[in-house]
Design a protein around this ligand. Structure first.
Ligand code: UDP
Length: 243
C-alpha cells in the first residue's frame, strides 16, 4: 500500500528515527545483533517499496550525556561521548543492511574519516537519490541537543517528506500509558498542541523545527516484525503531528 504524507501523495523520501534503546532489546544495554538485523530487514523492505530512506539513530543504549553530567562529568564532554555512541549504533545498522544487500552510507556530524564519511548535505542527497540508505550519526555535532533534533534537522536539510519516530508505544498519549491506564491516545496533533501540552514525545527544539518547516512527524510503535515498513505504508496505529 502506498504511504501517504500530509498532502495525500505517496511518500518519496522519509527519515526514520530509532532511539539507541531500541537496539538493546531485552539486554538492558549495548547492541543486540538480532534486533539490529530485524530493523535492517525492515528498513530494506521500505527501500524495496521504492521509498528513499534516511535514518537517525540515538545513543541512549550506550551513553547519555545528561545522565553523566548529573554524576559530575562536564556536560560538553559527556555529550561528545553520547554523540560517539550514536556512531557505534549507526555502524552496526549499516553493517546489517549491507549484509542483506541493501547499500548504506554512514555520515557523521563529527568528522572521523577513517571510520565513516563526514556529513555533507549534498553528499546525503546524492546518496539518497542513488537509492542508498543514509544513516546520519553523531547527532547534530553539537552538545546540548538530542538525536530527535538531529532527525528533524537532517530531514529538513535532505528534503524528506516525513519523519517516522519509532517508540515503544503506538503513538502519543496524554500521559505515559505504561503508568497511566487512563491515558488518552491521539491520532492527530498540531505542533502547537504538542508544545503547549508539553507532551513528552520529542524535545521542544525538534518540534519547533518541524513546525517552522511544516515537516510531519509520525510517532509509531516498533513492536513486531515489519513495524517500520507498516508505519511508512500508513498501516497500523500512529500519531501524526502536523500543522
Ligand atoms: N547528543 C548531543 N548532541 C546531539 C545529539 C545527541 O550531544 O545533537 C548526545 C547527548 O548526550 C545524548 C546522546 O548524544 O544524550 C545520545 O542521544 P539521545 O539521547 O538523543 O539518544 P536516544 O534517546 O535517541 O537513544
Amino acid at each position: 500500500m502506498p504511504s501517504a504524507n500530509d498532502k495525500g501523495t505517496r511518500a518519496r523520501r522519509v527519515l526514520v528515527k530509532l532511539s539507541g534503546e531500541a537496539l538493546m532489546a531485552d539486554a538492558g544495554h549495548g547492541i543486540d545483533p538480532t534486533t539490529v538485523q530485524r530493523f535492517a530487514r525492515d528498513i530494506a523492505q521500505v527501500r524495496e517499496s521504492g521509498v528513499e530512506v534516511a535514518v537517525v539513530v540515538g545513543g541512549g543504549n550506550i551513553f547519555r550525556g545528561m545522565a553523566a553530567a548529573v554524576e559530575g562529568l562536564d556536560r560538553t564532554t559527556a555529550d561528545s561521548m553520547g554523540m560517539l555512541a550514536t556512531v557505534m549504533n549507526g555502524l552496526a545498522l549499516a553493517g546489517a543492511l549491507s549484509a542483506q544487500g541493501c547499500e548504506a552510507a554512514v555520515l557523521s556530524a563529527i568528522p572521523m574519516d577513517t571510520v565513516c564519511e563526514p556529513y555533507a548535505r549534498r553528499r546525503a542527497v546524492t546518496y539518497l537519490g542513488q537509492g542508498k540508505v543514509v544513516i546520519f550519526v553523531a547527532g547534530t555535532g553539537n552538545p546540548f541537543f538530542t538525536t530527535d533534533t538531529a532527525a528533524v534537522l537532517r530531514a529538513v536539510e535532505s528534503d524528506c517528506d516525513t519523519v517516522y519516530k519509532a517508540t515503544q508505544v503506538d503513538g502519543i498519549y496524554s500521559a505515559d500509558p505504561k503508568t497511566h491506564s487512563d491515558a488518552t491516545r491521539y491520532d492527530m496533533l498540531t505542533y502547537d498542541e504538542v508544545l503547549a501540552r508539553d507532551l513528552k514525545v520529542m524535545d521542544g527544539a525538534a518540534v519547533a523545527i518541524a513546525r517552522d518547516n511544516k515537516l510531519p512527524v509520525v510517532v509509531f510503535s516498533l513492536a513486531g516484525e515489519g513495524a517500520i515498513a507498516r508505519a511508512v505504508s500508513g498501516e497500523g496505529r500512529s500519531t501524526t503531528v502536523s500543522a
